[in-house]
Design a protein around this ligand. Sequence first.
Ligand code: NAD
Length: 287
Amino acid sequence: MAEYLVGLVGRGIGPSLSPSLHEREATALGLRYRYRLLDLDVLGVPARGVGGLLVRALAEGYRGLNITHPCKQLVVEHLDSLSADAEAVGAVNTVVFDGGRAVGHNTDVTGFARAVRTGLAGAAQRRVVLLGAGGAGAAAGYALLAAGTSDLEVVDVDHGRAGALAGRLRRRFGERAARAVEAGAELGERLNGADGLVHATPTGMAGTPGTALRPELLRPPLWVADLVYRPLRTELLRAARARGCRTLDGGRMAVHQAADAFELFTGTPPDRCRMLRHFAEEASRAR
Ligand code: NAD
């Protein structure tokens, strides 16, 4: 039986749950599968050296790689082709080696889309505020507009970044689809008429606790999706639930992006319910 060899390229990825998530699913499906961590710091490779890592992985027989911070954009120029999602977002989190060619995909887009479909089924999504215009925010914004959101307001402390993302999304989805909004006082006004809030800044992660906005601004019928998944129960989600808002944690996106990558690597559809269960177990153990 063939063995799938895959890896994760990024910085500070030691605590990543990806190896166990992928390998447990492969074992359950009877596949031989090894998932290695290719940590830039451990290997002594700078982020711009990601192209060299790709060449090495291909030569060593890797089936593919997941790519995370800070290489999701840097890797693009080293690829032979891109999926439509990856092309539109300008970032790649999954590379598949196919007959010597390196093909880039973005399963953050498909993973977030499925997380919303399954975790916020039936929720209105016409107007959404996106807080955080980095790589994860770009994937979420693209997924929302592709799924039917018609009015996306992008907020970032770096207003230029919000403007750049909104501009990119407008070019793909039309002039009225997205616009940048100043952080600060205007955020409360924007949330007032919105159906949902997607939080895509690192605030709330174990190393950077807190919330990126005042919890008083949250009130039903607004739903709140947090992309942060370490911890799963962030201060933002706790505050939103306490105020009666419907919520979606970052775990679902984490699992579905992994499941989509797994299927790209193996051609075998994983059991997503089992992966969600495994993720919950691993996440509670890692706390
Ligand atoms: P990034 O650094 O690329 O982008 C973060 C953006 O947030 C930056 O543009 C920054 O200026 C902005 N920002 C920071 N603090 C802010 C604040 N208080 N108000 C407004 N804007 C602010 O990071 P990223 O890769 O996009 O990741 C963001 C978060 O999403 C991280 O917590 C990451 O772990 C998470 N993430 C989750 C998944 C998942 O599967 N659930 C996938 C990818 C990333």
